[in-house]
Every structure is written in C-alpha cells, then in structure tokens.
Design a protein around this ligand. Structure first.
Ligand code: UD1
Length: 418
C-alpha cells in the first residue's frame, strides 16, 4: 500500500484525535490480570491494537469490537506462552510479560529484537521483575519466567525513567503481595491512564504521573468501563499540518497539558495557538521561524515521538534548527527521505542540523518508521506535485485513517495498492 499526495494546499478545518496508541496497548495487556468484563471506549483501530488483540485471544480472552469500543471478557488465561510471530508483530508486546507473570505465575515469550529506532534493550524490565520475585532464563532467544510462590512488593529504582519498564512493573505488582515503590518512574500521561484503568478495576496505585509510584498489591482485579485518553502525538501531527501548509486546523479531543512542550514550539515558530475545552487550534500565516535547538526528553519534556514531525516544519523554516535526540540511538532515518524532497539536513550521531528551505518538492519516498512516516506525509502535504509514500504499514501502526483525516482538512491524498 502507498499514499499519493498532491500537496501545496493550505489545510483548513477540524479533525478529532483518536484514542492514544501508547495508552491502549498497556491497558489491553492489563486485561490479562483482570477477571470480568472490560468495556474500553475510544479505542483506535490500528494494526498495533489488532496485534495486541491477537495476543489476548491467543491467551484465551474473548474480544469484540463495536465501532471504537472494545469489549473484553477477561477470565483465567489458558496458557502463559506467546508465539514468536505474535511477539514480533508489535515491539511493545514485552509489556505483556509482567501481566502474564502476575496472572498465572509463569510466562514464556520471545526476546524482543532491535527495531527501526535502534537496539531496544529490556534489561530494566527483567531486573525489576526479578526483584519482584520472578526467575527468568533466556533460552535461545525465549524468556522462560516463573514465580515460585507469589510476586512480592519491593523497592525498585530505575536508572532511566523507562515508559515500558514502569508499565511492566505496575502490571506485575498490582496483584503482588505487599507494597512496591518505583523511584524514577516514567511520568508520561499514558502511565497515568494505565494506573487509572487499573484503579477502576480495584487496584491501589498512587502517584502515577510523578517520579515515585506506589503500588499496594490487591488479591484480585475486576472488570470496568473506561475511556482511553486522546493520542497526544496524533494531535501534534494534525496541528503540524497547519504549520507546514500555512493553514488553520482545530484539533478536537486533546488535553492541553499533554502537549504544551510542543505547542510552545509551534508558537515560537510563529504559529497562533489557541486552546478551547479539549481542543487546540493552530493558525499559521507566515513561513515558520527556526527553533534553533530542539532536544528530546522524557515527559514533560519535548517528546521523541514528535521529533520527526517538528523536523519537517523546521525543514521549511527561515533559518537553522539543531535537533538533539537523547532517547533513541537511531531516530533520524527519516532524514534521508526528507532530503530526497529537497530538505537541507545534516546528521552526525545524535544531532541533526536542519537548514530551512523555502519549499520542499515532490518525490518517491519510503517510510522508515511510524513517526518518520508521518513526517513524510506532512512534507508531501506542503510540497507541490505528486509525492508517493511507500511502506505505509509503519503509519498504520499508529494513525487511524490518516488519509481520511487529511482529506477532511482539504488535502488531496489517496491510498493506493502497489
Ligand atoms: C515508549 C513508547 C514510544 C516512545 C518511548 C519514549 C509505547 C508503546 N512506546 O517506548 O512511542 O517513543 O516510550 O517516550 O508506549 N531502555 C533501556 N533498557 C530498558 C528499557 C529502555 O536501555 O530496559 C532504553 C531504550 O532503549 C530507549 C530508552 O530507554 O533508548 C527509552 O525507552 P522507553 O522509555 O522504555 O520506551 P518504550 O517503552 O520502549
């Protein structure tokens, strides 16, 4: 599948953001530790979500979808092993480890490999689960885990505020004996959403969204009805489409506090940002101004997931911006594709220097990863002529009906079979 985009038109109008991919995935894995019915609203239909559902079904849970609501019948899981093909479909499948272990006292999953963003070690996930009482052996690329008696609460200090490790610890310790205290926990809003979901199921989790999270283990967790938080990165992507096309886009279903580190940069670039109740609007009248330096940081800093998106805006700006990527080792693979479209960008290790050009031009380009793919769609929307974007399965991991949303804003964009 490819996207073809005939760009150069200012985008105008309103678009509603989907539910957050990075919140729904850990919440789906949390269903493994619940017993009863879970009704999950605002659940985006994404390939990563479909992969998580396949894992749940393999474990014996029954999942049905009605529009954007998932109904999950959670019972005792039938097996604790996840086949390699299902694990490989989705990088974040490692978040099932803590949940499966807590649910049935054993887990057998394949070791996740590297990915398009570089090596993705899980040492903090494993050392934390070991501290909670799991025995873990790496046998030919499969992780064989078991708990002798029950997982037991403890103090866990993370050397880096890893999102996935914090989620795995919360999932594993929700049913553990006693109290777990995570120090230097990740503070991302998706962690808060996971904790709110689990608390609605009867868990006792305190301090999510802060650096210290306390989990008092409970005996069992029931089902609940819950609505997934809005996707802050999708929101930023639609706002950026106004910035790169000189447009006026109002994004609905977004929380101001989740995106201020990015909206402040849109303002710095000369955009007019206004917040409504659960909505954000960006009007861009002039060519974007340079941002000089953008450094990715854990939340509440500037998110690595928005780096490629904001880079496209800077590629069109009237000056120079230096991007410093501090979270992932290999997150500039979209740069070569932007250069094919006329961008002037030089990369050295963790730094990319972007010298803005007046216009990008159309080209045939290839998505290198999810957010890099979104950055190419933005570049294509700004560029006159037809751009063909290949390998859009990356984009489909995280954006629901991206072409329909941009079409509604006036873009000429189509999905075509090869
Ligand atoms: C999550 C998000 C991803 C986002 C990232 C950072 C999901 C599904 N994905 O990924 O979109 O870009 O947070 O905000 O929510 N690390 C280790 N050892 C570990 C764990 C992590 O060295 O045990 C390193 C990673 O290699 C990476 C950094 O820590 O360099 C950040 O990783 P982490 O916060 O864990 O990101 P993810 O949970 O994988």
């Amino acid at each position: 599948m490819k996207l073809t985009v005939n760009g150069g038109t200012s985008l105008l109008g309103e678009v509603k953001t989907q539910g957050a991919k990075n919140a729904v995935l850990p919440i789906l894995s949390a269903c493994v530790v619940c017993r009863g019915d879970v009704v999950l609203h605002n659940c985006p239909d994404l390939s990563d979500v479909r992969s998580a559902i396949k894992i749940l079904e393999h474990l014996g849970l029954i999942v049905t979808r009605e529009k954007d609501t998932l109904i999950i019948k959670c019972g005792q899981i039938k097996n604790c092993s996840v086949p390699e093909n299902l694990m490989r479909e989705m990088r974040s499948s490692v978040v099932f480890l803590g949940a499966i272990l807590a649910s049935c006292g054993c887990a057998d999953i394949s070791m996740p490999g590297g990915c398009e963003l570089g090596p993705r070690p899980i040492d903090m996930h494993l050392s934390s689960l070991k501290k909670l009482g799991a025995e873990i052996k790496d046998e030919h690329g499969r992780l064989k885990c078991r708990v002798k008696d029950k997982l037991c609460g403890c103090n866990i200090d993370l050397w880096f505020a890893s999102v996935g490790a914090t989620e795995n610890i919360i999932l594993a310790s929700a049913l553990a004996k006693g109290k777990t205290v995570i120090t230097n926990a990740a503070r991302e809003p998706e962690i808060v959403d996971l904790a709110n979901f689990l608390n609605a199921c009867g868990a006792k989790i305190y301090g999510a969204g802060e650096s210290t999270v306390v989990i008092e283990g409970v005996d069992k967790l029931h089902g609940c009805e819950y609505s997934v938080m809005p996707d802050r990165i999708a929101a930023v992507t639609y706002l950026a489409s106004a910035a790169v096309t000189g447009g006026d886009v109002n994004v609905l279903n977004v929380k101001r506090e989740h995106i201020v580190s990015v909206t402040s940069l849109f303002e710095k670039a000369g955009g007019n940002i206004s917040f409504g109740k659960d909505s954000v609007r960006l009007k861009q009248k002039e060519r974007p101004k340079p941002l000089y330096i953008v450094k990715t940081m854990p939340y509440p800093g500037f998110p690595t997931d928005a780096q490629a998106i904001i880079m496209t805006m800077c590629a069109l700006s009237s000056g120079t911006t230096m991007f410093v990527e501090t979270i992932f080792e290999n997150r500039f693979r979209h740069v070569d594709e932007l250069v094919r479209m006329g961008a002037n960008i030089k990369t050295e290790g963790k730094v990319s220097v972007v010298n803005g050009v007046e216009k990008l031009h159309s080209a045939n380009v290839n998505c290198t990863d999810l957010r890099g793919g979104a950055a190419l769609v933005l570049a294509a929307l700004s560029a006159e002529g037809e751009t063909k974007i290949d390998s859009i399965y990356h984009i489909d991991r995280g954006y629901e009906k991206i072409e329909n949303n941009f079409k509604a804003l006036g873009a000429d964009i189509k999905r075509i079979s090869p």
